[in-house]
Design a protein around this ligand. Structure first.
Ligand SMILES: [Zn+2]
Length: 479
């Protein structure tokens, strides 16, 4: 029997506010344990939560961007459960009436993932297990989150990862979350079940909790699909449970049996009034919404005549897209936009992620990259030498023209000088000349390599090629 996976994702995305959802505690990452807590987020008797306006503003931006239905009136509920990471004994979340229902995340031109709902909730604290004791850090307790719940329409681990990437790109474009997976501001639970192809009966689902890397999401879901397939094929039941993904073992492991929503005994939080979102407010926020990733990608593809793939990579992060556009502008048409795109995609993005650059204040400012690309444009350096200069720029932060000057990297475009080295290399390698003349064109690469080595890579490669071909063909005529 053929099975198909049914995958639904619940994403917890931390809103980039300065203070927590219901109190004034700071949300800055990395503070010492329990240094960002107060009576309110610890739920001391007699304290009252006060809803963070900015968090609501950010949540509304997201709802509008995915085209969700925003409820004019929504409510907060208490979700009771007894784990030590929850200091109040309940979590404040939205249950029966979330602020947003429906909506769609457009992954690319063809793929879209429909949403069931988005709701606002607070985060729980964190259990920290040492060798022979357990501790709790409540700094996270009360952090503002939106939970984005997709319909179970995702059909593969790869599609799940693509959806998550698009969603993260979207929240970053909107400026409502840093989407940082390592710091836990963007994490996901995956519900996975299998059903026979063609059947409408859903199988038992398992939930994999707290996946905080796109790669783990793919690995965990793939593992879980295989695990359930094996069980079903061997006539064993799939038991509904909550799982964790152990990256080292590469497998999911049981965490606890799955609660049903009645286990949480939800009830409306008597401390919080209705959340009201007026049509006027929605209108105002809609009008101020920035350009969204897909729209930006198609604009950039068109405006700079780039392949869709390049435009997609450049617009994953709007700060990168902005950087690219500034470099193009500063290059003043001395090189094509495609060359700028190649440099940003091939050099800047990988280096920025490797060295953790803040792209709004990158180690290579846009003027410097433009300066380097201009040098290619006017033929001062070859693209190959430009890579050397680029590395030097990363190291020293110096201006590209200065580096070229200091290291004596100016490209040699003097035809006489090039011809001299070409002649010399031809003289020194009679065997390869014979090979070339007998039709082995591949040997050209050997000559170019030798010439470039003799000139330390500084010869203008276009001129080297044409002069070399001319000289070799002269030999042919003499033969
Ligand atoms: Zn607090």
């Amino acid at each position: 029997m053929q099975f198909e996976p049914i995958i639904g994702l619940e994403v917890h995305c931390q809103l980039a506010t300065n203070s927590k959802l219901f109190c004034a505690c700071s949300t800055v990452f990395g503070a010492d344990a329990n240094h960002q807590v107060c009576e309110v987020c610890l739920g001391m008797p007699g304290t009252l939560p006060v809803l963070n306006k900015t968090a609501v503003h950010y949540a509304i931006k997201l709802a509008i961007a995915v085209g969700g239905r925003i409820n004019e009136q929504s409510t907060f509920a208490r979700k009771q459960y007894f784990y030590p990471d929850l200091p109040k004994g309940y979590q404040i979340t939205q249950f029966e009436q979330p602020y947003c229902e429906g909506g769609v995340v457009q992954v690319d031109k063809e793929t879209r993932v429909e949403l069931i709902r988005i709701h606002i909730e607070e985060d729980a604290g964190k259990n920290v297990h040492a060798r022979d004791s357990s501790h709790i850090d409540y700094n996270r307790a009360g952090m503002p989150l939106v939970e984005i719940v997709s319909k179970p329409t995702i059909r593969s681990a790869a599609e799940a990862a693509a959806y998550l990437r698009s969603l993260r790109s979207l929240v970053r474009h909107l400026g409502i979350s840093d989407g940082n997976l390592e710091e836990g501001s963007f994490r996901c639970d995956a519900n996975v079940s299998l059903k026979p192809v063609g059947s409408s009966v859903l199988g038992t689902r398992c939930e994999i909790k707290n996946l905080n890397s796109f790669r783990y999401v793919e690995r965990a879901i793939n593992f879980e699909i295989e695990r359930q397939r094996e069980l079903i094929i061997n006539g064993m039941p799939v038991i509904q449970q909550t799982l964790l993904f152990d990256a080292e073992l590469g497998r999911t492991i049981p965490m606890r049996s799955k609660e049903e929503s009645h286990d949480y005994r939800y009830f409306p939080d008597p401390d919080l009034p209705f959340l009201r979102i007026s049509k006027e407010r929605i209108k105002t926020i809609t009008a101020a919404l920035p350009e969204l990733p897909l729209a930006m990608a198609s604009r950039i593809a068109e405006q700079y005549t780039l392949p869709d793939h390049d435009a997609h990579l450049l617009t994953q992060d709007k700060v990168v897209a902005h950087y690219f556009e500034q470099v193009v502008l500063a290059c003043e048409n001395s090189v094509s936009s495609k060359i700028v795109a190649n440099w940003v995609i091939g050099e800047v993005i990988p280096l920025a992620s490797e060295q953790n650059w803040n792209m709004s204040n990158p180690v290579i400012p846009y003027e410097s990259l433009a300066g380097l690309l201009k040098l290619i444009g006017i033929g001062t350096v070859s693209s190959k030498i430009a890579k050397v200069v680029f590395e030097e720029m990363v190291k020293s932060g110096e201006n590209p023209a200065l580096i070229v000057d200091k290291l004596g990297l100016v490209q040699v475009s003097d035809e006489g000088a090039i011809a001299k080295i070409v002649d010399q290399v031809i003289e020194e390698n009679p065997e390869q000349v014979t090979q070339y003349l007998s039709g082995k064109d591949k040997v050209l690469g050997f000559f170019v390599g030798q010439i470039m080595r003799a000139s330390k890579g500084k010869m203008n490669p276009g001129l080297v090629n044409s002069i070399l071909l001319k000289k070799l063909d002269q030999r042919r005529e003499h033969n």
